[in-house]
Design a protein around this ligand. Sequence first.
Ligand code: WT7
Length: 652
Amino acid sequence: MSENPPSEALENLLHENRKFPPSPEFAAHAVAQPELYQEAQQDRLAFWAKQSRELLSWSKDFEQTLDWSDAPFAKWFVGGEINAAYNALDRHVEAGIGDRVAIYWEGEPGDSRQISYAQLTEEVKKAANAFEALGVAKGDRVAIYLPMIPEAVISMLACARIGAIHSVVFGGFSADALRNRIDDAEAKLVVTADGTYRRGAPSSLKPAVDEALVAPGHTVNHVVVVKRNGEPVAWTEGRDLWWSETVETADPEHTAVPHDSEHPLFILYTSGTTGKPKGILHSTGGYLTQTAYSHKNVFDLRPETDVYWCAADIGWVTGHSYIAYSPLVNGASMVMYEGTPDTPHQGRWWEIVQKYKVSILYAAPTAIRTFMKWGREIPDQYDLSSLKLLGSVGEPINPEAWMWYREVIGGGRTPIVDTWWQTETGGMMISPLPGVTATKPGSAQVPLPGIEVDVVDDLGVSVENGQGGYLVVKSPWPSMLRGIWGDPERYKNTYWSRFDGMYFAGDGAKKDEDGDIWLLGRVDDVMNVSGHRLSTTEIESALVSHESVAEAAVVGAADETTGQAVVAFVILRGSAVDDPEIEQTLRNHVGKEIGPIAKPKRILVVPELPKTRSGKIMRRLLKDIAEGREAGDATTLADAGIMQLISESLKK
Ligand code: WT7
């Protein structure tokens, strides 16, 4: 931990005191009832056991709700057996709602597909058979590198069905990043596509897979390729197979076998404070329980009538928990959109809301701020009256964006639910309950019933109302990560060693006078750019891996649209100092090493970096510079003159 909770943000938020109580009409019919809080408080474990049995179909009932004897390694719903794909699919068909639309898919060029629960079930059964025929067995890892097309969900559920562990790699990651993830998980199979569409043009994926697999020593036997944009692709005979020839031709009958409640469901890599991404591991029963529970209560879900749209990418945890799993487990109809919000025009999202009569929209603050910038005239041209609830996720939502979302998109009528959670938490942890909680612009406010979070000081002591500190979770929760793939020690050190017996989330937070929680951003070396989690160290390693860079320090600087922007300070080697192209070269290099999302917005060439006596880079001071402030307290610097030197070099 290198920084304190951002005090400036705290100051600003202290002046926010607007409050929106639920409308009586909404409250009268709300799915979530206030009694949930009391029930959970009376007996937390009994509460979760009841939720789990109500929301899921267990093939074999569990005997024990929580086994925490090997803390911090949790086991939930011990002894139970369940199949995630059966819960998301077959059981709905058996219950007679097979004709309900599961996915309204909208391609970027304007093509669309409607897939019913019966059809989706059949597709997943075929994929399960096909993957098994390719030698994928229970416990094997499958890397999924796909755009936002239904085959992404189909592949994930097919893995879950046969007990294979999926590792979805965001399509924006580079070949190198993909290879690292394939290697770490020792994936046997890769599922990809020729490509997708981005801003009206074909954008390729398969070449990155080919590049990732050039160097020998990997574990991949087969690559299954979905044809999406029809662009020509290179082909490795014996390894590469078309989806249309392997999955679509497979047997549509497949019986889902139950897996242990703790059987691993997926690995999802996320950035931490060190260079190497962490493979966050989730298991089955607890994950499905908490995601289904939160999806139902936080979104006020009525699966018979709602049209739900989560605008995240399947490559992030939001796309796992609130696209691939919970909406389907809950039998909802959802929209899935392939492309960017401004293609072919800046009203695309609102056109989609109008077309499908979307009632629940779940989006990131960075998107909302972008729409604000484009102007309300754009959404105002569409009929958005179908919307009844709006959700926010991924980063703190500033009160202005919250108000705009509610007024312009929600017509001043829709509750806003600001949901705080993480890849590690698997499902939502802090959020208002619509119809119950009086909401405050900019605050995620209260832990969900059944969840125990707190804000503590440096010593782990709960802070008074009105004070700031670190966000912690005080007792295990069903969808918590079960560890870091292949690295149990790192799991303990990262999350459970900072405060005794508490999960350390890495976020700064504040309790207001009512005890409501306001999130203040990361307190560690993790950045949040457009809701994408990036590690300063990871980008620094990428920079110094370039021959022209001697040293690098990366900070996340406040940015109006993206929340934070990557700003890199580099010390160059030799002749690179005179290279006018060096910034562009380095930006591209980071793009190649990690992916375009990690490219620094600015690269500042400096003669030195500020370091403490123990050699730790003081990013706080660099952040001051990147955000255009006078550098703060520099008394712990090994060399007091450095900041002056840096400032002068940047003026040139
Ligand atoms: C980090 C987790 C949750 C899925 C997407 C991101 C930040 C997330 C909020 C929110 C304030 C938020 C935190 C957290 N964050 N939601 N509602 N208010 N901050 O998952 O990539 O694992 O990132 O995102 O800093 O630690 P992730």
